[in-house]
Design a protein around this ligand. Structure first.
Ligand SMILES: Cc1cc2nc3c(=O)[nH]c(=O)nc-3n(C[C@H](O)[C@H](O)[C@H](O)COP(=O)(O)O)c2cc1C
Length: 301
């Protein structure tokens, strides 16, 4: 009833752990699987280790969250061991999120990650708060497409993570021409908060990525547009999923699966079962036998 296929990956249900939230170790990955997720995305990994920014890196706001973690990660060589353990201990697909400042770095990290067991690669060319990476690389569509073409030759699906900071339909088209398997949309939206008593930006990095329920309508719009522009291309919808209704909205817009990030801060891993149960009950009530029937349905009404 809830099984889906996303870019050749078979998911027992359409929920995915979004990148950056708990995706740092094999033991956490196991907990995510046990909690019921359909797939697991790692934290973004780069060639060299990154320490990330100083605190504060995460701020809770009224309708969402602002973070500037700075892509802290141990670097691909160190992360390889975690990937091997994930591959051995998990039965859900492991998607490696890859970051870097150039196409060359993306390809190098992806190649090593696939050697160590990653079943798919997600290119993070959309992180809004790290200089020289993420959004900045995403502006160079030809370079990103070049990386897609090379990584595709490794024989695993390649998803490109998009954000509203690009001409994302143009970037998506260039990546599809180069062989991309699908898209993850969206990454956080660049924002900032100011402490009115300190009279200074709250985040040490000044700018951060805004996530949570406030960005959901933006995610729904981007997924809807991608589905219209590229019918049949798999999309993982991400942005403000905090329950089954929000997940369903993205599915109706055209997502084959949905990523969950910030909501874990509030609801913990129980959010996965909550979404799965809610979707099942909705389908029974409304007379649907497969979740696939709901993908993109809002376009046909
Ligand atoms: C604390 C935090 C860290 C994140 N780190 C990453 C990351 O390393 N790579 C990435 O592609 N996205 C990262 N994201 C973005 C999420 O994967 C997701 O695209 C975004 O938060 C929107 O989903 P949400 O509203 O469910 O959180 C991060 C988000 C948060 C809140």
């Amino acid at each position: 009833m809830l099984e889906v296929e996303v870019a050749g990956l078979r998911l027992r249900n359409p929920t995915v752990l979004a990148s950056g939230v708990l995706g740092v170790s094999a033991s956490l990955a196991k907990r995510v699987e046990e909690a019921g997720a359909g797939a697991f995305t790692t934290k973004t990994v780069t060639r060299e280790p990154r320490r990330g920014y100083m605190n504060p890196t995460f701020v809770v706001l009224e309708h969402g969250y602002l973070n500037a973690v700075g892509l802290a990660n141990p670097g691909i060589e160190h992360f390889c061991q975690e990937l091997r353990e994930m591959r051995e201990s998990l039965s859900i697909p492991v998607i490696l999120s890859v970051g870097g400042g150039s196409a060359e770095e993306l390809v190098e990290v992806a190649r090593r990650g696939v050697e160590c067991g990653a079943q798919a690669v997600e290119l993070n060319v959309s992180c809004p708060h790290v200089r020289g990476m993420g959004v900045e690389l995403g502006h160079r569509a030809d370079e990103v497409a070049g990386a897609v073409g090379e990584i595709r030759r490794l024989g695993v699906p390649v998803l490109v993570k998009l954000s509203v900071h690009h001409d994302y339909l143009r970037l998506a088209e260039a990546c599809l021409d180069a062989g991309a398997s699908g898209f993850t949309a969206i990454n956080t939206v660049r924002g900032m908060a100011i402490d009115i008593y300190a009279r200074k930006p709250v985040l040490s990095n000044v700018y951060g990525g805004y996530s949570g329920p406030a960005i959901r309508p933006i995610a729904v719009r981007v997924v809807y547009e991608l589905y219209e522009a590229f019918p049949g291309v798999p999309i993982i919808g991400v942005g403000g999923v905090d329950g089954w209704e929000a997940a369903l909205e993205l599915i109706l817009a055209g997502a084959s699966a949905v990523g969950v990030g910030s909501a874990i801060a509030e609801k913990d891993l129980a959010i996965f079962e909550e979404i799965v149960r809610g979707l099942k009950e909705y389908m029974e009530r409304e007379g649907f036998s497969s979740i696939k029937e709901l993908v993109g349905l809002a376009h046909r009404s």
